[in-house]
Design a protein around this ligand. Structure first.
Ligand code: HAM
Length: 415
């Protein structure tokens, strides 16, 4: 038997119902806030990701699904959506008439990480991006919108972490201080950090290895060394979150795994998924549009790990199997035709009805009705049909009544 690829998965019912529910709530909320859907390709030129996410990030160094296609182009299955949204924004000159553009996009991403709970090689993101707004109000709006979505979905056990990663004015200065600090402790670093300390010293702060954590315990923090405009920006973001009583933690070690960030960075974290703590992550990336060849336009965004969000919700409220509201048991050919008609009429009235056309016995079909957990069962027996009647059984009470066929749809429309 051919099995699916490691790190990939099928999403079956009843879980798929939960995916739909989340997606519906997300779309509704984003659209009220002026975000519009954008649909993008899954394959892009490799260079797009290398130049945006950063050559020395884990994603670009070792996790991308990259191949040469038959025409000789080097292509990559997108590991995230931001780079593609930026590419589309530049390519279609969306900044021209109205630089403020707000988008969301939902779909699969690919990273060849080691699969484990909450970590897959094909996973899904609900991605949101806003272009053309430098003001910290949009930072606060995004974080609050994310928190509102969690609230609407009834998510518990999640906390918001925020930090500022500075700008091209203050970060290089801090980088120097940090590099000197790291150099003095390089014997204690793990292999990964030794390799990335020169090109990407901030990542050392984020390393999970015990020895790196110890070595970096007293490291200087970027948040304490921001330039005045960055500090002011962060203060306004905090003030707006405070004004709306959002609980959050200022997390000076939050650096994110992608290189394009500037200023505000944020994550929603949980301890419900073992080692995979981040359910959503994002931040400002004011230099990226320009770096990819577009105009100098600020931007900010976030992505929710769809798979992780589903898992967090399912842990507290397991999704339920969808069930028909009415289940028809037709006994005989004539009855089947009637049951078919009734199902179609009920569907018109938005009532989920199903019929069994297998021709099995009443006893077998009552068992199936139990399995499906339909609250009402309609038995169309031969003698009843001849009298123009159907038997409606309410499963919870066991009550049974005969209803004239012409009143049946109306009767089933009532609670
Ligand atoms: P990211 O932190 O790399 O950010 O990913 C965002 C979210 O995707 C993570 O918080 C996590 O929930 C989920 N995720 C990442 N990798 C996996 C995986 N292997 N399996 C399951 N879930 C995963 C970005 O991708 C940025 N593009 C976010 C952003 C948008 N920043 C600005 N705009």
């Amino acid at each position: 038997m051919i099995q699916l690829i490691r790190g990939f998965k099928d999403i079956l019912q009843p879980e798929a119902g939960l995916w739909q529910h989340i997606e519906k709530e997300a779309r509704k909320l984003f659209e009220i806030h002026g975000y519009q859907e954008i649909r993008l390709p899954i394959l892009e030129k490799t260079e797009l990701f290398a130049r945006s996410i950063g050559e020395t990030t884990d994603i670009v160094e070792k996790e991308m699904y990259t191949f040469t296609d038959r025409g000789g182009d080097t292509l990559t299955l997108r590991p995230e959506a931001t780079a593609s949204v930026v590419r589309a924004y530049i390519q279609h000159k969306l900044s021209g008439t109205e630089p403020v553009r707000k988008f969301y996009t939902i779909g699969p991403m690919f990273r060849r990480e080691r699969p484990q709970k909450g970590r897959y090689r094909q996973f899904y993101q609900i991605d949101v991006e806003a272009f053309g707004i430098a003001s910290p109000y949009i930072d606060a709006q995004m974080i609050l919108m994310l928190a509102t979505l969690m609230e609407r979905l009834g998510v518990t056990g999640i906390s918001a972490h925020i930090n500022s990663l500075g700008c091209p004015d203050c970060r290089p200065r801090y980088r120097e201080t940090l590099t000197a600090f790291i150099e003095a402790r390089k014997e204690q670093l793990c292999e990964d950090c030794l390799r990335r300390k020169d090109k990407n010293p901030l990542r050392v702060l984020d390393c999970k290895s015990e020895s790196c954590r110890k070595a970096m315990a007293e490291a200087p923090e970027l948040l304490d060394e921001l330039c005045a405009p960055c500090a002011e920006h962060f203060a306004v973001v905090r003030r707006e979150l405070d004004r709306r009583s959002l609980a959050y933690k200022v997390d000076k070690r939050l650096v994110r795994g992608l290189d394009y960030y500037t200023r505000t960075a944020f994550e929603l974290q949980t301890d419900m998924l073992g080692a995979q703590s981040s359910v959503a992550g994002g931040g400002r990336y004011d230099g990226l549009v320009k770096a990819l060849g577009g105009p100098d336009i600020p931007a900010i965004g976030f992505a929710i790990g769809f798979d992780r969000l589903v898992e967090v919700i399912a842990q507290t409220r397991p999704p339920e199997e969808a069930r028909p509201e009415v289940f028809f048991i037709p006994l005989g050919e004539k009855a089947m035709e009637k049951a078919f008609d009734f199902c179609m009429q009920l569907a018109e009235k938005k009532i989920a009805a199903e019929a069994d056309y297998s021709g099995r016995s009443l006893k077998a079909l009552m068992k199936r009705a139990d399995r499906l957990a339909a609250p009402r069962v309609v038995i169309l027996g031969e003698t009843e049909l001849q009298k123009g009647l159907a038997t409606v059984k309410t499963m919870a009470s066991g009550e049974q009544e005969d209803i004239p066929l012409e009143n049946l749809v109306e009767r089933l429309s009532l609670p």
